[in-house]
Design a protein around this ligand. Structure first.
Ligand code: ADP
Ligand code: MG
Length: 246
């Protein structure tokens, strides 16, 4: 598979996000700032309700911000229109969710092929087979989701996320529905995809999973806490400035 030319380098600058529920305004992200370099494998941890999914939706260009800025590959998403954002999503970002989000009446192969059919890509079946091969499921391509284990379903979902060869993968609690052993296998797979040059952000509740990542960001009540690095490296930044892992 060829790599994409666009290298997403994420810069989140003093982002605020709130939801209005009736009379009440819920301030969900508070002055969140951080940078992700190409090739990072980053864990985003924090209790339920702390704003992790909200942040992931913003990173995935699925949701807007109240103020601040979000630069993807050097360009502010505020400068992109809806069509351009949809294009970025389909070409450059792969999404993985806790509940796998597979279509039940379709085979593993058809599920993986689906994003390519939307983008009218040539040789879609061959590309879907290649993606299933990368996740080690070539022998299960004709199985439907209910004929697969949880770990296998998540691997199909990961194959679907990488079939367009995106440079960035956003995974929101991808191990949340799996036992810990299967969860660590999924994390191993993310490591492999990361070594091939993909930038990966994984939301997780589990410290085991977070410990396997190069960087850890922790959210509490919509505020990004100080950063943890896997190896004993001196963080070169506060969460407010640019960060580079060397
Ligand atoms: P996490 O993923 O860390 O559990 P979320 O980002 O899903 O947290 O949610 C953060 C807060 O924002 C929660 O209090 C949640 O209820 C609220 N929230 C999330 N999405 C919406 C929405 N679409 N409308 C209103 N409130 C929301
Ligand atoms: Mg969430």
């Amino acid at each position: 598979m060829e790599k994409n030319n666009i290298e997403p380098v994420i810069e989140v600058l003093k982002v605020n996000k709130s939801y209005t529920m009736g009379q009440e305004k819920l301030h969900v992200l508070k002055n969140v700032s951080f940078t992700v370099q190409k090739g990072d494998l980053l864990a985003l941890t924090g209790p339920s309700g702390s704003g992790k999914s909200t942040l992931m939706n913003i990173l995935g260009c699925l949701d807007s911000i109240d103020n601040g800025d979000y630069l993807l590959d050097g360009t502010s998403v505020l400068k992109r229109n809806a069509n351009q954002l949809a294009d970025i999503r389909s070409k450059n970002i792969g999404f993985v969710f806790q509940n796998f989000s597979l279509l039940s009446r379709m085979s593993a192969l058809e599920n993986v092929e689906l994003p390519l059919l939307y983008s009218e890509t040539k040789n879609s079946k061959k590309k879907a087979m290649e993606a299933l091969d990368i996740v080690g499921l070539s022998d299960r391509m004709k199985h439907e989701p209910n004929q697969l284990s949880g770990g296998q379903r998540q691997r199909v979902a990961i194959a679907r996320a990488i079939v367009n060869d995106p440079a960035l993968i956003l995974a929101d609690e991808p191990t949340g529905n799996l036992d810990s052993k299967t969860g660590l296998e999924i994390i191993d797979l993310f490591h492999r995809l990361n070594k091939e040059g993909r930038t990966i952000i994984v939301v997780t509740h589990e410290q085991d999973v977070a410990n396997e990542c190069h960087r850890q960001l922790h959210m509490l009540d919509g505020v990004l806490q100080k950063e943890f690095f896997k190896k004993r490296k001196k963080p070169q930044i506060s969460t407010d400035k640019t960060c580079e892992v060397k």
